[in-house]
Design a protein around this ligand. Structure first.
Ligand SMILES: [Zn+2]
Length: 226
């Protein structure tokens, strides 16, 4: 079982990293963009949270950065006013399941249901169906592939993990991103983390200083498929 899932991970890695950008990637998902274009994506997982979201929006808006938020359906429901605010402000909203379970331990039908329930919350708020699913923790296996293929919902993974969920200081988050960001990186951060909010203005300024344009995941996906 372990060997099987490791092979699947290896296969996906090869497909995404080195395979032809068109058909294969369209089937499975995206973990990184074009290595020859100075573009990155900033993603925030696990929102919306009760606190820290207005601050995030204020910073992103002041730099005119359109980030991508992977929302947990039950939070999107509970804090629907914040969900609507994110939508109104033009951020890309993506699917991070309904209850944030360990998806890799689930059966295909349950995985599909988790993704559907998240989308249903957004649809009830008048927000269109999401384009990407990020499995909690980034863990995936064949069951998840099958579910995503069935739903035509590609995996939206990441390539640069800030590990801001550990509560590391803002300075460390900044140093990590600015020190290691490369073309096509998809940067993983989390909603509602005070240290992330503190680091964000310098992170954005540093990325811009290094010549990166910050785009939405959907734009990175689309440009990779043209
Ligand atoms: Zn998560």
């Amino acid at each position: 079982m372990l060997r099987k899932s490791m092979l699947v991970i290896l296969a996906l890695f090869i497909v995404i990293e080195w395979g032809p950008l068109s058909d294969e990637r369209a089937k499975y998902g995206i973990a990184k963009g074009n290595p020859f274009i100075k573009e990155v994506v900033i993603t925030f997982d696990d929102g919306p949270r009760e606190t820290g979201m207005q601050e995030l929006d204020a910073i992103l808006s002041s730099y005119d950065v359109k980030a991508t938020f992977f929302l947990v359906g039950k939070f999107a429901e509970r804090f629907s006013n914040i969900t609507l605010m994110l939508h109104r402000q033009g951020y890309e909203l993506a699917n991070h399941t309904y209850t944030h379970p360990r998806l890799y331990q689930d059966h295909t039908a349950h995985i599909v249901r988790q993704a559907e329930r998240c989308d249903e919350v957004l649809e009830r708020l008048g927000i269109r169906k999401t384009r990407f699913l990020r499995p909690p923790g980034g863990h995936f296996n064949m069951e998840i592939f099958n579910a995503m293929r069935r739903m035509n919902l590609p995996l939206g993974l990441w390539s640069l993990n800030t590990a801001d969920y550990t509560g590391r200081p803002a300075e460390e988050i900044y140093n990590l991103v600015i020190g290691s960001a490369r073309n096509g990186d998809i940067i993983l951060m989390h909603s509602g983390m005070p240290n992330t909010v503190e680091a964000l203005p310098r992170v954005i300024e540093g990325l811009k200083r290094r010549g990166f344009t910050i785009i939405r995941l959907e734009d990175m996906w689309n440009s990779g498929n043209t």
